[in-house]
Ligand binder design. Structure first.
Ligand code: ATP
Ligand code: MG
Length: 365
């Protein structure tokens, strides 16, 4: 069986290095393999509105920003279907039916939702949590199942969402008929990539936390951000022994640095092990390791910026890609919705048996 892949991002800001290593990189790889049938990439505006309902302009502005980021990293419209969540009507309809298969305590137990409630500052006692926000994992199950996706490349904060989707699939298929496909999360092999920390050392680089290096940041901005990065507070003088654990510069080097970068940018060392040993012994300053990281990140981002600059001048083309993708997404999702409704016995007008059954009740023998 060939793979059907669905992933997406919330248009709450531009995409950052965390998105790249956590999910985008894998998508580009999958797009270029031939063991997949289709790759759907969704801009999750409906989901973004669940906690940005008061700021629709932010969501509206970031739809194109996120799309530009996709194109900049090398996702290609002839290999990938890009679409906007709110443009696919079958999704909220599926959500309505799935809501009956999930209990309220189950929804509120979701650990990601719990931590996001805290991070977003919703006050449970005062104004309460919007129902749309608390139930967005159900809508995410609709996104995945509408396309019969079997693979979902995500960062590890999304694992509870995939669990919820699996439960809904199981419940639907046993309550009604085997229509839905059980999805599997694809998380990066390297643990650190499934949750890249922020430049401030916070556990997760996140648009909402303002601790990101964005894929579209210019050279000066990247330089400034790397210069300000969290390292080792105990490493005050160059001669002091430094710590690697929890040192964000080394965490990023673990993720982005390859041996060939040393030959190009830091020939005194052959590999990361040597650099780490020197840092731990003392005698290696933060400026040097930050400059090295900067050179590596620049090398990664330069081609992205060039592609982005092209599409920034061709926004009509970008919108057209989204329009065509959304039309294709509608076709696929409508077909699944039809199968779902048939399985539930609620396609009254196209179901020949419906009238026969009802007539039978009144037929006198
Ligand atoms: P927000 O703060 O608005 O929730 P976000 O930065 O968390 O934004 P999302 O759009 O919620 O970004 O996430 C999109 C995808 O990127 C998800 O699969 C998520 O797991 C992944 N992702 C986000 N941040 C990181 C990160 N720091 N490391 C690895 N993956 C990440
Ligand atoms: Mg998020």
């Amino acid at each position: 069986m060939k793979n059907i892949i669905l992933t997406g991002d919330r248009p709450t800001g531009r995409l950052h290095l965390g998105h790249y290593v956590g999910s985008l990189k894998e998508r580009v790889k999958m797009q270029n393999e031939d063991d997949y049938e289709s790759l759907f990439v969704m801009i999750a505006d409906t989901q973004a509105l669940t906690d940005n309902y008061g700021n629709p302009q932010k969501v509206r502005d970031n739809v194109i920003e996120v799309m530009l980021d996709y194109l900049s990293v090398g996702l290609e419209p002839d290999k990938t279907t890009f679409f906007i969540q709110s443009a696919v009507n079958a999704l909220p309809e599926l959500t309505t039916y799935y809501m009956n298969l999930v209990t309220l305590p189950r929804v509120l137990r979701n650990p990601t939702v719990k931590s996001e409630i805290k991070a977003r500052g919703f006050d449970e006692e005062k104004e309460g949590i919007p129902v749309g926000f608390a139930t967005y994992p159900i809508s995410q199950a609709s996104d995945i199942t509408a396309f019969k996706a079997n693979l979902v490349p995500v960062g590890d904060d999304q694992l509870p969402m995939i669990e919820q989707a699996k439960e809904i699939v199981k419940s639907f298929n046993t309550t009604y008929q085997e229509v839905l496909v059980t999805p599997k999360a694809v998380i990066p092999e390297e643990k650190v990539c499934s949750r890249l920390p922020g430049i401030d050392g916070n556990a997760k680089m996140s648009k909402s936390l303002g601790n990101c290096i964005y894929l579209a940041d210019d050279t000066e901005t990247v330089k400034k951000k790397i210069k300000s990065m969290y390292t080792d507070p105990l490493h005050i003088n160059i001669t002091d022994p430094g710590h690697i654990e929890g040192n964000t510069v080394f965490t990023y080097l673990d993720v982005f640095c390859k041996d060939e970068h040393f030959a190009k940018y830091l020939p005194e060392y052959h590999n990361l092990e040597e650099l780490k040993n020197h840092y731990q012994k003392g005698g290696l300053g933060d400026v040097k390791i930050k400059n090295f990281l900067f050179a590596i990140i620049e090398e990664l981002l330069t081609p992205f910026r060039e592609k982005r600059a092209f599409y920034e001048q061709h926004l009509d083309e970008v919108l057209e890609i989204l329009k065509e993708g959304s039309a294709k997404a509608n076709q696929v999702a409508n077909q699944t919705l039809l199968e779902v409704k048939e399985a539930m016995g609620i396609t009254y007008f196209d179901d020949k048996n419906f009238l026969i059954e009802q007539n039978n009740k009144y037929t006198k023998i």
